[in-house]
Design a protein around this ligand. Structure first.
Ligand code: HEC
Length: 145
């Protein structure tokens, strides 16, 4: 009886860990340390106007495919998210945005994060300009509430 209950717990844990793998180490930058200074200093050439944010949103939710993992509203809950470990980042977390410069996030969109489902997107899927616009939308998600 105890054994059966125990296997239930294991099963529930296994299923829930599949569905909700944790976001990995929020505090740690995802860019190469030896280039951190230079990457942090990169500046978004576009202003966060409502027009540019809308352009970024349109890209994010269509051509750029970000929504498939990060979710339509950026909560890290896209269709492909269950089973991904680490989990896709939740962009509605203001704390996360405070920990990264635009340059660091742009770098990740461009080069990806080795060893994770976050692939290099610039070149294959979107242009550099489009990556900066998508980033404006991502940032806007962290400012709501
Ligand atoms: C196939 C799934 C997938 C797609 C598509 C995807 N991402 Fe990600 N992304 C991830 C995962 C998984 C992580 C978390 C990796 C980690 O924690 O190291 C991540 C992390 C990030 C981060 C956080 C980097 C940091 O410093 O913590 C940003 C920014 C990001 N993605 C932007 C984007 C944008 C913009 C797009 C679309 C152009 C996109 N992603 C498309 C899976 C995806």
């Amino acid at each position: 009886m105890i054994l059966r209950r125990f296997s239930w717990v294991i099963l529930v844990l296994a299923v829930s860990s599949l569905a909700f793998a944790a976001e990995a180490d929020l505090a740690k930058t995802r860019v190469p340390m030896e280039r951190l200074k230079e990457i942090k200093a990169l500046k978004n050439p576009f202003k966060p106007s409502s027009e540019n944010i809308a352009k970024g949103k349109e890209l994010y939710q269509t051509k750029a495919t970000c929504y498939t993992c990060h979710g339509k509203e950026g909560r890290g809950d896209g269709l492909a998210a269950p089973g991904l470990d680490p989990s896709p980042r939740n962009f509605t977390n203001a704390g996360f945005h405070a920990m990264r410069t635009d340059g660091e996030l742009f770098w990740v969109i461009k080069k990806g994060i080795p060893g994770t489902a976050m692939m290099p997107m610039v070149g294959s899927v979107i242009s550099e300009e489009e990556a900066w616009l998508v980033l404006l939308y991502e940032r806007s998600l962290g400012m709501r509430k």
